[in-house]
Design a protein around this ligand. Structure first.
Ligand SMILES: [Zn+2]
Length: 210
């Protein structure tokens, strides 16, 4: 059963095997499964009991899904642009994302708000959400994610300015360590016009707080 599941997983994520399946590449996957079993044991549980028997496979599958963004260049989503004469703020708010903290491999999740003032190029609103997904689905820290989003907007759309605000909860803070369940973290990145002008940042924030 598990072997069949593994083969279908390798078919879906060719990087796991880096090519057609053969004896050696299959072994690599088995080693990962074995490692997760050892971890379960180390945590004081029995990896062979009913509820856990397929868990190593599910963990491997989940981690491959969490990190699918590593296999794309998210900024390419923005490249379909339109020439529209609009020189005012465009704000896409509450873009939900799920990511994985690279320090603990624990989920962090929340919303990104992305605003830009175009010069000549405008991108589709859904493309911005796809870009967020691409940068979120990898081992991340919130600060880097925030800056990557701002930089991608700057590089592809060459706007007058970009501002990104991310609000997120980190499970590594909620479920372990200092256990602050209500704490959330806000990060910002500003480029161009937003870096220069306090009134532009205020306009962005007042739209957010409405
Ligand atoms: Zn963490």
């Amino acid at each position: 059963m598990i072997n069949e599941q593994l083969i279908s997983l390798i078919n879906k994520y060719p990087d796991l095997a880096q090519g057609p399946i053969n004896e050696h590449q299959y072994d690599q996957t088995s080693q990962i499964i074995h490692g997760i079993k050892k971890l379960i044991q180390l945590c004081g549980d029995d990896p062979e009991r009913d509820g856990l028997i397929e868990t190593p496979y599910r963990v491997l599958k989940a981690y491959l899904e969490y990190t699918e963004g590593n296999h794309e260049n998210p900024m390419l989503h923005l490249e379909k642009t339109f020439d529209v004469n609009h020189q005012e703020l465009i704000l896409v708010r509450d873009i939900e994302f799920h990511s994985l903290c690279e320090h603990h491999f624990a989920p962090f999740f929340g919303v990104a708000h992305i605003g830009y003032i175009p010069k000549t190029k405008i991108t589709g609103l859904s493309k911005i959400a796809r870009m967020v997904e691409g940068y979120a689905k990898r081992f991340q820290v919130q600060e880097r994610l925030t800056n990557q989003l701002a930089d991608a907007m700057e590089i592809v759309l060459e706007p007058q300015g970009t501002m990104v605000v991310i609000e997120a909860k980190h499970m590594c803070m909620c479920g372990r360590g200092i256990k602050k369940t209500s704490a959330s973290t806000t990060t910002t990145a500003v480029r161009g016009y937003f870096a220069d002008r306090a009134d532009a940042r205020s306009e962005f924030l007042s739209l957010l707080n409405r």
